[in-house]
Design a protein around this ligand. Sequence first.
Ligand SMILES: Cc1cc2nc3c(=O)[nH]c(=O)nc-3n(C[C@H](O)[C@H](O)[C@H](O)COP(=O)(O)OP(=O)(O)OC[C@H]3O[C@@H](n4cnc5c(N)ncnc54)[C@H](O)[C@@H]3O)c2cc1C
Length: 453
Amino acid sequence: MKIAIFGAGVAGLSAAIELVDRGHTVELYEKRKVLGGKVSVWKDSDGDSIESGLHIVFGGYDQLQQYLKKVGAEDNYLWKEHSLIYAEPDGKQSFFKKANLPSPWAEVVGGMQADFLTMWDKLSLIKGLYPALAGNEEYFRSQDHMTYSEWHRLRGASEHSLEKLWRAIALAMNFIEPNVISARPMITIFKYFGTDYAATKFAFFRKNPGDSMIEPMRQYIQSKGGKIFIDAKLNRFELNSDETVNCAVLQDGHKIEADAYISALPVHNIKNIVPNEWLDHSYFRNLHEFIGSPVANCQLWFDRKITATDNLMFSQGTTFATFADVSITCPDDFQKGMGSASGGSVMSLVLAPAHQLMDLPNEVITKLVMKDIHDRFPLSRDAKLLKSTMVKIPQSVYKAVPDVDKFRPDQISPVKNFFLAGDYTYQRYLASMEGAALSGRQVAEKIHSRLGA
Ligand SMILES: Cc1cc2nc3c(=O)[nH]c(=O)nc-3n(C[C@H](O)[C@H](O)[C@H](O)COP(=O)(O)OP(=O)(O)OC[C@H]3O[C@@H](n4cnc5c(N)ncnc54)[C@H](O)[C@@H]3O)c2cc1C
């Protein structure tokens, strides 16, 4: 079959990998000049990597890791020490280190040693969060009607642990506060965190997600005969009388005919392209239930190292929620001879919640970020800021607010030759690289089950 895929983020690329492997003729159309979507990376005039967002691979990302292996990129990421590190004022750090024991003892013993939680926090968490640890998918789904803060309080877990531990995790996962995010994804993560030692390990790409993952994916697809077109924006579909797709029309007027069409566009883009005729189906109307989380990624280049931490860091009460010094965590990108970092720190910071930042000028945001950097990293007070970049994404991953999960669409649509992929479509993960990769595999399986190919 000839299959046209629109959108070359992780979902579109994963679908293409699956489909070229099954011997199909695959054409992938991407509106931008760079592949990777929210994981895309490009170079500035100094040759330094600018990332759409700091990206971490989790131990539990089985599908993504399978693809990385398939495309020859299994050595392109590095596991870090298994701990949550919180940057505190004046250069202090606090830790939640997993003990070297089988789960859940690794977490219980590690949690009891965490220095930023009080004894009451720890006891209230063990007692309060037990239903999440013991719960199954059905239980998690049944809790989707309330926010995580509501669930946490109902279980009698302490306010201080909500603020110190869970707020950072909600902001890292979905860029929204615990009183906005649904309980469901949070308690699902808690279950992973508490029962699967390996699932919550972090890895960083050796270079950056573009060079270490997206480029090997591109090479693999093209080596198997897949065609990739950039600067190729999907504009609309023309329909047959039975409302199936007759052809897809790009912005430049070019028409594409295929046996099956896959949208791997973000939900806020595809919902505006869906033909009016299809809106009789709640499947397509439901796409309007999703709202994207605003987020920004700020990168700061310093003339010297301001930290020695080789891992992801969290902090609270600051403009940034999660961050890392990528000159340390991603050793093949910013070291001597690679880019212009010249040995200083390159802080990559995810700014969340970001709704109040979106309309501010970049210089103003950078000033706010620098104030917090000086507070958390005293060495930065004497360092020179060489340059900074800011990537704002007004609608990034969909907000996992209460009662939205039930609207996530299956990859099979009511239109026979049209399919959806993307991190927001139904798979067992929240919007993430793993979720996007799973949606790519699932869409290929569903094309096979519907069209027998
Ligand atoms: C700041 C930030 C940090 C993140 N950190 C992590 C992390 O640490 N770990 C993790 O697992 N996940 C992380 N994520 C989430 C992860 O990046 C996404 O869930 C995932 O990459 C989404 O992939 P996707 O293919 O579904 O969508 P996208 O990446 O959005 O890809 C969609 C593609 O469609 C293209 N497109 C749009 N409209 C058209 C059109 N009309 N025609 C053709 N093409 C079009 C876009 O340009 C894009 O390339 C992060 C996200 C952000 C923003």
